[in-house]
Design a binder for this molecule. Structure first.
Ligand code: FES
Length: 70
């Protein structure tokens, strides 16, 4: 997930990013444990706020990171 974050150049100020990455990794693990693939509705459940508005890059990085996580 961290590598996907870097490749998508997600961070702007970076303040929210550790929490965003942890929330993303947890979400992907929970969805995987349920035997499902990640959906837009799943991404909508992440409530971490980014005052810089990096949400489009966050969503892209999560989708990319999810494909790489074991
Ligand atoms: S990158 Fe600045 S608050 Fe999220």
């Amino acid at each position: 997930m961290q590598q996907a974050w870097l490749e998508h150049d997600v961070a702007q100020c970076g303040y929210c990013q550790p929490g965003q990455i942890m929330a993303a990794a947890d979400l992907v693990r929970r969805v995987s444990a349920e035997g499902r693939t990640l959906t837009d509705a799943d991404l909508d459940t992440i409530r971490n706020i980014c005052r810089c508005g990096t949400y489009p890059r966050i969503r892209q990085a999560i989708a990319d990171g999810a494909a790489r996580m074991p």
